[in-house]
Design a protein around this ligand. Structure first.
Ligand code: M6R
Length: 357
């Protein structure tokens, strides 16, 4: 089923614009409004705090989800790593709602939390690519990400689909709460799909970045601030799991508190900036690492770009930039793995769904 593609991962990266358009059509009613289960709407409204639980890439989508729900729907959200939640359980609010994000719906760490919170009598909603999966069956409600089967171990289209659904959910909740809303996620996601296509059409450019920066390096840092920081975490996870390059995502401001000690001559540092309010500060961080010998690779959004940026991504709504800025990071990881002769679709030591705790 790979068709003409050499790897599932590349096929799945390329499918993202179609997945986003599919999500738009599945979540749109005949009046061009958001279509969502009335019980889910009510449950979101009733909750006084949302706890997002997930692992790996789905956790990174959950970090973005927190920002979306808090900023758009004005509701407090905490995002937790599934495998840690039961050890470091926060004090729960009076009416919590648990949202589980899982591509497979089978992740044992997340299921452990689901079983525990159901025993406490709390409500659960699963956002998954596999309705009928364990996490979907055992939760009260399910939202489908409609990404189609994801075969490559490295998650790509499931991640962007999860964030698209979270944006739709956030706006639906805001509207149901009577908040004034000038952000139309269905329209804005259509712009995202086009922007993704522009980037997947520029594979030569991403291949060149991978070759120039990552063919021989032992490590790589991704730096960003605000929502871009969360995308950096995802970019680093992608790179390490398929290319085995030691990669870390950092908040730009944290560098000087330790990590900058690791920068040496030629260390690749990939910067991501899509948010106006952090443009100057992240560029300042880039200068700091360059002064210590780093090779800088800046990925910026239209409107924020400067002359020597390595890649400029098309402009999309500020809430949705992670769906677009992650695409070059996925492709750079893919080509880095190829150049290093790694098994892209089946990296060593990893399974597609992790069914042990
Ligand atoms: O199926 P899930 O979304 O629950 O899986 C969670 C993680 O195991 C998964 O995202 C993993 O981190 C991927 N290999 C990342 O590409």
């Amino acid at each position: 089923e790979k068709g003409t593609y050499p790897h599932f991962m590349l096929k799945e990266i390329d499918e993202q614009p179609f997945v986003i358009r599919n999500i738009i059509s599945k979540y749109k009613d005949e009046n061009e409004d958001i279509k969502l289960d009335e019980d889910i709407r009510q449950t979101m409204l009733d909750a006084d705090r949302i706890y997002i639980i997930a692992a790996g890439t789905s956790y990174h989508a959950g970090l973005v989800g927190k920002q979306l729900i808090e900023r758009i729907a004005n509701k407090p959200v905490e995002t937790h790593i599934a495998s840690e939640f039961l050890y470091n359980m926060p004090l729960l609010s009076e009416k919590p709602l648990f949202i589980f994000i899982s591509q497979s719906g089978e992740t044992a760490d997340s299921r452990g939390v689901l079983v525990a919170v159901k025993e406490l009598g709390h409500k659960a909603l699963t956002i998954t690519n596999v309705p009928g999966s364990t996490l979907s069956r055992e939760a009260d409600y399910t939202l489908h990400t409609y990404a189609g089967p994801e075969i490559a171990v490295a998650s790509t289209k499931a991640y962007t689909a999860q964030m698209a659904v979270l944006a739709i959910l956030a706006v639906d909740t805001a509207k149901a709460a009577g908040l004034k809303m000038d952000f139309n996620p269905l329209q804005e996601l259509a712009i995202v799909a086009n922007a993704m296509e522009t980037l997947t059409d520029k594979k030569d450019k991403m291949e060149k970045i991978a070759r120039d920066y990552l063919s021989v390096s032992r490590n790589c840092f991704f730096i960003g601030r605000a929502i871009d920081y969360y995308v950096c975490l995802e970019g680093a996870l992608k790179l390490k799991e398929i290319s085995y390059i030691q990669a870390e995502g950092f908040a730009g401001g944290e560098l000087k508190h330790g990590t900058i000690a690791l920068i040496e001559e030629g260390t690749p540092v990939i910067g991501v900036v899509t948010q106006h309010h952090v443009n100057l500060s992240i560029r300042g961080n880039m200068k700091e690492v360059v002064a210590r010998g780093a090779s800088p690779c800046m990925i910026s959004m239209e409107g924020l770009a400067e002359g020597d940026d390595a890649l400029v991504i098309p402009h999309v709504h500020e809430y949705l930039t992670p769906l677009v800025s992650v695409v070059p990071l996925q492709l750079i990881s893919y080509y880095a793995a190829l150049h290093r002769n790694c098994d892209v679709d089946k990296p060593r030591n990893l399974a597609k769904s992790v069914t042990v705790e």
